[in-house]
Every structure is written in structure tokens, then in C-alpha cells.
Design a protein around this ligand. Structure first.
Ligand code: GLY
Ligand code: MN
Ligand code: MN
Length: 439
């Protein structure tokens, strides 16, 4: 397992959490391993909150933070096991993990239930996250009941349970320089994968052949996995928002929508491009594509510190709604189309989400009922689209066209930086790259 190059980053995050708690105990477990069938597991992915605080990637581990004047962080992890390590490889074991990752204490995960009642006794508040895993909830309840059963010896069980994620979400929302370095690299790898896909696409190829090019490019650059199931959708399949079968055949006159991003060292990228299978936009394809591109440009222009979270969405909706009216796909005025949300027939999702360790990352979008203001260090996607399903009132020439353009954007002091800019998106740049592939 990779040891973090700077364990100080994680130590400082734990110290910040302890300071925000002021007192009490926090417990953050990593994700369980999941069986796929019989004795095969899904590829293991640690819990994002746990990883954010530890940098530790092994399964079967939990972090405990005791806040207060003598704040300390305690890791529970797997013991060394020479027999298992022959089969599954290296594991740190508590003592080596404590030293390598900078914890104050470390113990075997096998001792968690035995030690936790003493850790939480007389500490007031327990910060945990209930409701995600019934087995974990039951263990926490068990520790609390164990302390209660000792009441006559003078100890008190936690009187208050608080959601530890609520404190961590605000921390995770503003990315530090060490996180941005990884996010930038993930974005660049994904942009390279989309360029590779544009070069590989041909009429007659299956969508999965293009998907294979994306996955190849992710992995050969060290990204561990796709950050989500890639969408490789030819023709009208692009109008199915979560199309992931990727088993259709690409046709000459159609567009190909690809929504695919890699995960690198825990951090996601999330990137969509739409381009013609044969390398040349037709008239109707270009009309819809330019409209989405204009909506995206307006949305990105409104990404700046102080603007509300909703500003990019509102900007995109205004451009799209006007365009849909101009194309006679919507009737009435712009105000009406926006007010009644009539545009939702062709644009039914929102314009973005936070991006980080999770593809739909941690962090509230509203504060006290109001949209949150953008601030430097936040990373979000900007991803308007237009999906024209065949049906009443839709001219034949536009039916079945589905377009989305998605970039990953960092809020900077000056405004915005597009992290996925290396993936071509103007029709001219796309056509130039695709005509060069045939040379
Ligand atoms: N690929 C997931 C999303 O765009 O939100
Ligand atoms: Mn996406
Ligand atoms: Mn997205």
C-alpha cells in the first residue's frame, strides 16, 4: 500500500476535526469489503471520510478521535498475519501503521468492541454517522449500552450523538493544494482518455470498444478505477441519462456522448464530451451542440467567488430555454419557459455538483435555506445538456439528438479554472482532432 508522502496533511485534518468538536469522541470506520459472489469481492474502495482523515487504504479499520486539551487519534486496523499475507499481500499491523501514518495510538481492530466503551465513557458527545450500515449502528449502540450497564461504577454514557459527517463535509468542500494536485492530474488523465476515444470512434464499432479505450488510458496512467460507470452512448441512447450498457453499435450519422472520468488516489474526475461518430457535425447536430456549448460558457462565466451555487444553473437554463424557443421546440416567452420549467422536457437535470473524493462530493448546497456562495478552493462540475427524444412537436431532423458537455471547474480568487480543458470541445477542435486520426 502507498504511504502518503506527507502524513502532516492528515494529522492537520484530524487536529481540525478535534478542534471543531471541542470535546467528545468521534468514530469514523472505513468501508466494508463487499462480496460479489462466493469468495470473490468487488474491487475494494475505502470510505472517503476515513481516507480524508487518515490516508490509510486497508479494509477493516476505524479511526477514533478524542477531542479536548489532550486530543489524540487512535487507529484500529488489521493485525499482521503472515499466513493471510501470503495470499493477500502486505498489511501494516497496528504498530507499523501508527508510526507510518502518525497516529497517537493504534490497536487491533479485533479489540474495537472491547476498548470502545472505555473510550466513550464520560466524554459527553459521540460523533458518528448512523444509518449507513445497520451492523455498525448496532455496534455503537452496544458500546453505549455497555457503558450504561456500568452506571453504578460512576461512569456516564454519551448524552448526545452528533453526525461527524456534518463537520467533515465543510472541511472537504474546500480543497487544499495537495488535493488539487491530485484532482488536476485525474482531470488531465480523463481529458487524455476522451481524446483517445475521439481518435478511436468509427462507424461500425461497438460502444464497448470505445469504453475499452477510455479504461485503457485511465489505467495506463495509474488511475485505479473509473470514478463511476462510464456512459458511452451513440445516437438516441444519449437521451438515456444513465445509459451504461455500452453495447450498441456506432452509426455514421450519429453523435456519440461519452461521460467518463477516472479516480486517482481516491479523487474523482467527471467529464463529458459529445462528438460526431464520423468526425464531422451535421447541420442539426451542430445547432444543438452550439446551444449546449453556449449554455456551458454562460454557466462557467458565472462561477466566481461570492456568486451563489445556483448561478451557473440559472445561467445555463436561460441560454438553453432561449435556444429551445428559437428552435421552436418551446412556445411562449423566455420568462414563461423559465418560470414554468418547460425547458425540463429537454433539460431535466441540474448543471453540476461538488467534485472531490466522491464524484458527487460532500458538502451542502444550501445554508439556512439559501444557496451557498462559491468560494476559492471549491471544485464543481458544469454540465448542461439537451436531450431531444422523438415525439410530438419534435421535427425529424432534431429527433434523437442528445448532447452534454461537462467540465470540472475550480473556483479561484479570480473566478474559475477549467481543469478538464485538455479535452477538445469546440466543433473546430473536435473536427481537427478527428480528421487527424484518419491521416
Ligand atoms: N457522471 C456523473 C455525473 O455527471 O454526475
Ligand atoms: Mn459526468
Ligand atoms: Mn457530473
Amino acid at each position: 500500500m502507498k504511504t502518503p508522502t506527507d502524513i502532516g496533511v492528515y494529522q492537520r485534518r484530524r487536529a481540525r476535526l478535534a478542534a471543531a468538536m471541542r470535546s467528545g469522541v468521534a468514530i469514523v470506520p472505513t468501508a466494508p469489503e463487499r462480496t460479489r459472489n462466493r469468495d470473490s469481492h468487488y474491487p475494494y474502495r475505502f470510505d472517503s471520510y476515513f481516507y480524508y482523515l487518515t490516508g490509510f487504504r486497508e479494509p477493516e479499520a476505524a479511526l477514533v478521535i478524542v477531542a479536548g486539551e489532550q486530543a489524540k487519534s487512535i487507529l484500529f486496523c488489521r493485525d499482521n498475519d503472515p499466513e493471510r499475507e501470503i495470499w493477500d499481500g502486505f498489511r501494516y499491523g497496528p504498530e507499523a501503521a501508527r508510526a507510518a501514518f502518525g497516529f497517537d495510538e493504534a490497536h487491533s481492530i479485533a479489540r474495537l468492541d472491547a476498548l470502545m466503551p472505555d473510550v466513550i465513557a464520560d466524554r459527553g458527545t459521540l460523533y458518528c454517522h448512523l444509518g449507513a450500515d445497520p451492523g455498525w449502528d448496532a455496534r455503537i449502540t452496544g458500546w453505549i449500552n455497555e457503558v450504561r450497564s456500568r452506571a453504578r461504577s460512576g461512569v456516564t454514557a454519551p448524552g448526545e450523538l452528533k453526525d461527524v459527517h456534518a463537520l467533515l463535509d465543510d472541511m472537504r468542500l474546500i480543497k487544499g493544494p495537495e488535493e488539487l494536485a491530485v484532482i488536476r492530474r485525474a482531470a488531465a488523465i480523463s481529458a487524455g482518455a476522451h481524446r483517445r476515444a475521439m481518435r478511436a470512434a468509427r462507424p461500425g464499432k461497438a460502444e464497448y470498444e470505445v469504453e475499452a479505450e477510455l479504461l485503457h488510458e485511465f489505467r495506463r496512467n495509474g488511475a485505479q478505477a473509473p470514478a463511476y460507470a462510464p456512459i458511452v452512448a451513440g445516437g438516441s441512447r444519449a437521451c438515456v441519462l444513465h445509459y451504461v450498457q455500452n453495447d450498441g453499435v456506432l452509426r455514421d450519422v450519429e453523435l456519440l456522448l461519452i461521460d467518463a472520468g477516472c479516480e486517482l488516489d481516491g479523487y474523482a474526475s467527471d467529464l463529458t464530451r459529445t462528438f460526431p461518430v464520423n468526425g464531422k457535425f451535421s447541420g442539426p447536430q451542430r445547432e444543438i451542440y452550439q446551444l449546449v456549448l453556449a449554455a456551458q460558457a454562460a454557466a462557467i462565466a458565472s462561477v466566481k467567488p461570492g456568486n451563489l451555487w445556483d448561478a451557473p444553473h440559472r445561467a445555463a437554463v436561460h441560454v438553453l430555454a432561449q435556444g429551445l424557443i428559437d428552435l421552436k421546440l418551446l412556445a411562449g416567452s423566455l420568462e414563461q419557459a423559465v418560470e414554468t420549467e418547460a425547458y425540463r422536457k429537454f433539460y431535466m437535470h441540474r448543471t453540476g455538483h461538488w467534485l472531490g473524493l466522491d464524484v458527487h462530493d460532500a458538502g451542502d448546497y444550501k445554508r439556512g435555506g439559501e444557496w451557498r456562495a462559491l468560494a476559492p478552493g471549491m471544485v464543481l462540475t458544469v454540465e448542461p445538456g439537451c436531450y431531444i427524444r422523438a415525439g410530438e412537436g419534435v421535427p425529424q431532423r432534431l429527433a434523437g439528438i442528445g448532447v452534454r458537455v461537462e467540465d470540472d471547474v475550480l473556483v479561484t480568487d479570480a473566478g474559475a479554472e477549467v481543469l478538464t480543458r485538455d479535452a477538445p470541445k469546440s466543433p473546430a477542435d473536435i473536427e481537427a482532432l478527428m480528421s487527424a486520426r484518419d491521416a
